[in-house]
Design a protein around this ligand. Structure first.
Ligand SMILES: Nc1ncnc2c1ncn2[C@@H]1O[C@H](COP(=O)(O)OP(=O)(O)OP(=O)(O)O)[C@@H](O)[C@H]1O
Ligand SMILES: [Mg+2]
Length: 259
């Protein structure tokens, strides 16, 4: 079992979209997947609800974390695909655990995941864009942290800062998570400024940057609103899935997990 986290503390860089589509692709390829919506925005839950209908909260995540197991919070939504739905109330949780000393405070999610991890091949955690008790819990729970980075000036800066934060945690707390690489997100496929920054990032970070990239595709918005579809005769469905599929294959390859 591996826990995956798409992380960048910059907002709106495609973290949730990658988390939801990775859950979709991996579960469809026969892997048992749990998606944990650890974000008060509930974006991953809303994305899944667009396709699967309303997802009832069986037990709120904050209660599950208090009880030290996610078991009662898990909802099955498709073959091989489970979710722990999100709630705005999770935003109150950091205050609730504030008195628990570090680093124990950062291990709460990991402990709750440990109780259910044997049921899954992949657990994917979706977090808000921040460096907070929540994101630190997610990093502590992760085996792999993949950083999506928009090919924009601000994206390059956020990448440098995110790496500093992640390597700081790794060093300070002796964590064993791996960084398989950075995924470039080109907001406009043929924009010259985008391409220039993408080239600069490749130059600077070399092999750490994924060969495969994510582009802006209208189909992603449609899936967000109406649910993910896999229509073979629809070139937009096929093309957009193919784009994400290449990225996920490369991710598994980099993780040494191709099969
Ligand atoms: N490849 C894509 N093509 C088109 N739109 C996309 C793509 N990826 C993400 N988006 C859109 O960009 C917006 C932000 O994406 P997403 O919610 O995945 O980012 P995020 O990093 O999780 O944001 P936040 O930091 O708020 O959690 C969403 O409206 C999403 O639908
Ligand atoms: Mg998000």
């Amino acid at each position: 079992m591996s826990t995956l986290l798409f992380y960048n503390f910059k907002g709106g860089v495609g973290k949730t979209t990658l988390s939801v589509l990775a859950a979709d692709h991996l579960s469809r390829s026969g892997k048992r997947v749990l998606l944990i919506d650890f974000d008060q925005q509930r974006s991953a839950t809303r994305f899944m609800e667009a396709g699967y209908g309303k997802i009832e909260v069986r037990q709120p995540l904050e209660k599950a974390l208090h009880d030290n197991t996610l078991e009662k919070s898990i909802v099955n939504i498709d073959k091989n695909l489970d979710i722990v739905p999100g709630s705005w109330k999770i935003s109150l949780w950091p205050t609730e655990v504030e008195k628990i000393p570090q680093p124990v405070r950062f291990t709460i999610l990991r402990q709750a995941i440990d109780k259910v991890k044997d049921n899954y091949d992949y657990i994917i955690v979706d977090v808000p864009p921040s460096t907070s008790t929540m994101s630190t819990n997610a990093v502590f729970a992760s085996d792999y942290v993949i950083v999506p980075v928009p090919a924009q000036r601000s994206g390059a800066d956020a990448l440098a800062d995110s790496i500093t934060y992640l390597s700081g945690l790794k060093k300070d707390y002796n964590l064993s998570f791996k960084l398989p690489g950075f995924i470039l997100y080109l907001v406009a496929k043929n924009s010259k400024p985008n391409k220039k920054i993408a080239a600069e990032l490749r130059e600077k970070f070399g092999e750490a940057v994924f060969a495969n990239e994510i582009y802006n595709r209208d189909r992603v918005q449609r899936w967000n609103d109406n649910g993910i579809t896999h229509k073979q005769h629809d070139s937009h469905d096929r093309g957009t899935h193919a784009m994400y599929s290449l990225v996920f294959h490369e991710m598994l390859y980099r993780m040494g997990d191709e099969n």
